[in-house]
Design a protein around this ligand. Structure first.
Ligand SMILES: Cc1cc2nc3c(=O)[nH]c(=O)nc-3n(C[C@H](O)[C@H](O)[C@H](O)COP(=O)(O)OP(=O)(O)OC[C@H]3O[C@@H](n4cnc5c(N)ncnc54)[C@H](O)[C@@H]3O)c2cc1C
Length: 387
């Protein structure tokens, strides 16, 4: 006998878990299927993966009751951001005052955020260690087969499985996709100069380097680099790595004293041509993957989640069919514009500063200033932060 629910969310990362929580609060009978174990309880050590969370995302997480459950002493607030290419004196500054708020965003560990969301899920909703091995999804409903032999019938399936999304692949949804020839190197550092709540980003020929303020006074870096350079830096002894990093940020952080283990992540660009097919809906990285230079991936995913849940909840509240193709297409249309805009902008910025693209090198030949090239991202980030 197949088990039944109204909505099955597959993938319990930040986006899938937050969607599940919001759906259950909206009164849906929802199940969350996650392939790996329950997120580990965060410990003393900081998670190497951190997200820059925008005020709009924080607001939605607060509405869900999650934000206020996170330990305040682990939220790194950043009030301004300095972005430059050749010289820190010519940096473009983006301040919280530009968005009329107290903060531009918060640097949050992935494990802290994930465990706060999972802890808020009602008992019995989430199934960790649950892999979907087959899916039969059409215009009338869905049946998911699980690795332990059970079947789950749902009226709607939401794929929040991350970039590789097996459900998207099985449904034959085409993607526009490109590997950035970069790895993102991440680590946390203690620096001589206090960060003062300021995030730094320098555009280098190999890719952008960001320094993000952590709550304990350290800084977290995301350094996008050609793979061979990233691997060489990972293999260096700490002192040589710190010196290379200090030089790359033009000594703006003073001496780098200690750093945590280094990790690398491959970077790609991906956009699904459809976010909806029959009763399958894509959200988060299953629908779009952007370059991390603007720190927007999870924020876009949370934007998908809140838009979808609000469409589904409103239809249900009005006694309408919340599985209708028309409603699901409305979600798709509303999110595609925002997501494509961020995807195109981050891609164009990465290419422009790396100077690798024939088309954009013409733009650089025109001698456009750093401000000319960064200003669109400033405007876009401001709009995103307050929307
Ligand atoms: C170096 C780096 C820095 C970044 N920094 C930022 C930042 O500052 N701010 C920001 O907003 N974004 C940032 N991002 C982007 C961010 O990491 C992603 O956008 C975000 O993790 C996507 O969340 P998700 O929940 O959609 O997918 P994921 O986090 O990939 O979660 C997918 C989940 O689905 C599960 N799953 C997959 N397949 C199945 C299956 N068949 N059955 C069951 N479960 C399954 C997986 O186990 C996983 O738990 C960064 C990315 C990188 C690489």
């Amino acid at each position: 006998m197949a088990e039944r629910c109204e909505i099955a969310v597959v993938g319990g990362g930040v986006v899938g878990a937050a969607t599940t929580l919001a759906l259950s609060q909206a009164g849906f009978d929802v199940r969350l299927l996650e392939r790996s174990a329950t997120p580990p309880t965060p410990g003393e050590d900081y998670d190497p993966r951190v997200y820059a969370i925008s005020p709009a995302s924080a607001r939605w997480l607060r509405e869900l009751g999650v934000w206020q459950a996170m330990p305040a002493n682990r939220l790194g607030t950043y009030e301004s951001m300095r972005i430059w290419e050749s010289s820190p004196e010519k940096a473009l500054s983006l301040d919280a005052a530009d968005i009329g708020g107290a903060a531009l965003g918060w640097i949050v560990e992935q494990s802290q955020l994930l465990s706060a969301i999972w802890a808020a899920l009602p008992a019995g909703v989430a199934e960790p260690r649950c892999d979907v091995t087959a899916a039969d999804i059409d215009a009338d409903g869905a049946t998911l087969r699980l690795a332990d032999g059970r079947s789950l019938q749902a009226e709607l399936v939401i794929a929040a499985e991350g970039a590789l999304s097996p459900l998207r692949e099985r449904a034959g949804i085409a993607t526009a996709e490109r590997q950035y020839e970069q790895l993102a190197l991440v680590t946390h550092l203690r620096c001589e100069r206090a960060h003062g709540g300021v995030a730094l980003q320098r555009f280098l020929p190999g890719g952008p380097l960001a320094f993000l303020p952590l709550a304990d006074g350290r800084r977290s870096i995301v350094w996008s680099l050609p793979p061979d350079e990233a691997e060489a830096l990972c293999a260096q002894p700490a002192e040589a790595f710190h010196q290379a990093l200090s030089a790359a940020i033009q000594f703006e952080v003073g001496v780098i004293g200690e750093s945590s283990p280094r990790f690398t992540f491959p970077l790609r660009l991906l956009h699904a041509q459809q976010y909806v097919k029959d009763r399958l809906v894509l959200i988060g990285d299953s629908a779009h993957v952007v370059h991390p230079l603007a720190g927007q991936g999870v924020n876009l995913g949370l934007g998908d989640a809140s838009a979808l849940v609000s469409e589904l909840g409103a239809a249900r509240g009005a006694g309408n069919d919340w599985t209708s193709a028309r409603l699901l297409r409305r979600y798709e249309r509303s999110r595609k514009a925002d997501n494509l805009e961020m995807l195109a902008l981050t891609d164009a910025l990465d290419r422009a500063f790396r100077g690798g693209s024939a088309g954009l090198s013409k733009v650089l030949d025109l001698g456009l200033s750093l401000l000319d090239r960064v200003d669109p991202i400033k405007r876009l980030l401001i709009r995103r932060a307050i929307s």
